[in-house]
Design a protein around this ligand. Structure first.
Ligand code: PMP
Length: 392
């Protein structure tokens, strides 16, 4: 059987995170490993109401096939939301996807030939490595600094290589929580302007800023950039709805790829989410999520300050769901994982997020999916495990 699988399947492995998280199914383990939103934020009652409304008012229509681009009023709603932030895009430049994850897959299909260079951040979103990886590209990495990509390294890698795609998570990145400053966004746009590098800006966390000021996406400085969005973090991840914003020339190709993949995203879900958005105060809903995550983030930072050794570094994200820990050079977060599991606490070792296999001494902590009690106890346990690893 092994010889029958396509070559592309040999280069991509099962999600390391999924494998590791199997260990954490034990209810005694406090897990900061998963990348899940807090289920307490899901609008269960409101969705129940709109499901019933959509079915009773338009039952036959919403259960029918629909267009590849997605439900037009939903695309118009997304365009209007961008307009409020100052980004002008037309509904025709938006296509509804099965989460932003499908956006990465469709873009790969449209642009990548085997051996093309894909530039990612170091570290980057694990499932993007997986998704691009199926198209057998070569990965290049650009280091991340506190305010976004290291611009000198970015320029150098572009000078020395023909880069087909640069993939970036500009807000509260998964895994680091790092956000690009406005200056960095402008620099990236300026460098990529009039080049043959396609810029893919993945922004599933942008609306979850609980501190500081919103910053416009790179796309507002780089007209031909592709932008990915998602309802996963503001409504529900299980409904699997996201979108791609791209210019007409790119969109025409994406529509073909989408049609070939699945004809269109779940039409019923699109109608339900649209109805939810227009029948409810979404901004108020997002405010509630932000308040919840801010509290959880602040508590995690406070507990880390109290319980981790001083020579352990960590990010203090202004939004999103993750913070990133760097152990002193030479230590391994995989070794730490083994000790931590004995203490009944889990996280994701950072190595999985590096396309170049580095990052041995790093780890990702999720704060959105643990209550205050778990954050307090879990970080204490993790601190103890780190001291043990360091032999202190
Ligand atoms: N991009 C990034 C950076 C993510 O963190 C995630 C979710 N873990 C996704 C894309 C996929 O999200 P969606 O549910 O919209 O497919």
């Amino acid at each position: 059987m092994k010889n029958l699988f396509a070559d592309r399947m040999n280069k991509v492995h099962k999600s390391f995170i999924r494998e590791i998280l199997k260990v954490t199914e034990d209810p005694n383990i406090i897990s900061f490993g998963g990348g899940l939103p807090n289920p307490k934020s899901f609008p269960v009652t409101e969705i129940k109401e709109v499901v019933s409304k959509v079915l009773s008012e338009n039952g036959e229509e919403v259960l029918q096939y629909s267009t590849t681009e997605g439900y037009l009023p939903l695309r118009e709603y997304i365009a209007q939301r961008y307009a409020k932030e100052g980004l002008m895009v037309h509904a025709d430049e938006i296509l509804i996807t099965n989460g932003s994850q499908q956006g990465i897959d469709l873009i790969s299909k449209v642009f990548l030939n085997k051996g093309d260079n894909v530039l990612v951040e170091k570290p980057t979103y694990l499932a993007a490595i997986q998704s691009f990886g199926l198209f057998e590209p070569k990965f290049k990495s650009v280091p991340l600094l506190e305010d976004g990509a290291d611009i000198n390294a970015f320029q150098r890698v572009l000078d020395e290589n023909k880069i087909k795609i640069f993939y970036s998570v500009t807000n509260f990145q998964n895994p680091t929580g790092i956000t690009y400053s406005k200056e960095k966004r402008q620099q990236v746009a300026e460098i990529l302007q009039n080049t043959d590098t396609i810029f893919v800006e993945d922004n599933p966390y942008g609306e979850i800023r609980f501190m500081g000021e919103d910053i416009p996406p790179v796309k507002s400085y780089l007209e031909d950039g592709i932008l990915l969005g998602s309802f996963s973090k503001i409504v529900s991840p299980g409904m699997r709805l996201g979108w791609i914003v791209a210019n007409k020339e790119i969109m025409d190709k994406i529509i073909i790829a989408k049609q070939a993949s699945d004809l269109h995203s779940n039409y019923f879900t699109q109608r339900v989410v649209y109805q939810y958005l227009i029948d409810n105060d979404v901004d108020e809903h997002i405010e509630k999520i932000k308040k919840m995550y801010k509290k959880q983030r602040n508590l995690m930072v406070k507990m880390i300050e109290q319980h981790f050794p001083d020579d352990v570094n960590y990010t203090k994200p202004e939004g999103g769901m993750f913070l990133w820990v760097t152990l002193p050079e030479g230590l391994s977060s995989l070794d730490l994982f083994d000790i931590a599991i004995k203490e009944n606490v889990a996280f994701v070792p950072g190595k999985a997020f590096f396309a170049d296999g580095s990052g041995n001494n790093t780890l990702r902590l999720n704060f959105s999916n643990s209550n205050e009690e778990k954050i307090e106890e879990g970080i204490k346990r993790l601190g103890k495990a780190i001291y043990e690893l360091m032999g202190k």
